[in-house]
Design a binder for this molecule. Structure first.
Ligand code: HEC
Ligand code: HEC
Length: 139
């Protein structure tokens, strides 16, 4: 759910398993998944068309590299075990505080669409020799 959706209202049942509210789901990955809730951003800029500096929105270029990497690793570092409630992570947060990686960082045996692309990138020579390179450098 968390990797194929933008938002879902989630609560936990008595076994701490997630329960989703079917009437409050945004399916698929849209802009707000990575840039955060944007209603206030739209409202502000409609009212102030002369303002060219973005307000009330996550500006990804201003984040640290680790924050940017964590934003992609949310869905591209293999199956992760949740520590906190699903959909509570937003870009800018530290991913390890929300979920734990399921297997060793550079396991190539599990490389498929659900594999650990983040771990493989981190293990690569290019990554280790750069302090700038992130997922967007290539994609
Ligand atoms: C999977 C995550 C993701 C999604 C979904 C996404 N973006 Fe982005 N967006 C990024 C990243 C990462 C950057 C920074 C790229 C870079 O390194 O310059 C970015 C940059 C931008 C920027 C430039 C300003 C900035 O913050 O650097 C704009 C504007 C933008 N995105 C708009 C959108 C819109 C509109 C949508 C939906 C149609 C969208 N994005 C969907 C990840 C995403
Ligand atoms: C909320 C979950 C989520 C986040 C965050 C996310 N992705 Fe994805 N990404 C997906 C899913 C799901 C697919 C597969 C879509 C499909 O195959 O229909 C995908 C596909 C991709 C693909 C294509 C892979 C292929 O095999 O064709 C690339 C490249 C990619 N993502 C890069 C990124 C980058 C870079 C970021 C961070 C800026 C990012 N993604 C963040 C969920 C996410």
């Amino acid at each position: 759910m968390e990797c194929h959706g933008t938002y879902a209202k989630v609560e936990e049942d008595e076994n701490n398993e997630p329960v989703y509210d079917k009437t409050q789901i945004i399916f698929g990955i849209d802009c707000e998944r990575c840039h955060g809730p944007a209603a206030d951003h739209v409202a502000f800029h409609k009212e102030h068309p002369e303002e060219k500096n973005p307000k009330n929105i996550i500006i990804i270029k201003q984040l640290t590299r680790q924050q940017r990497l964590d934003g992609c690793a949310l869905c591209h570092s293999g199956f992760r075990q949740a520590i906190q409630q699903r959909f509570s992570f937003t870009i800018g947060d530290s991913l390890d505080a929300y979920s734990m990686a399921g297997y060793s960082s550079d396991s190539i045996s599990t490389l498929d669409v659900h594999g650990n692309q983040y771990g493989l990138l981190m293990s690569s020579k290019c990554f280790k020799m750069s302090n700038q390179l992130d997922c967007s450098s290539l994609h």
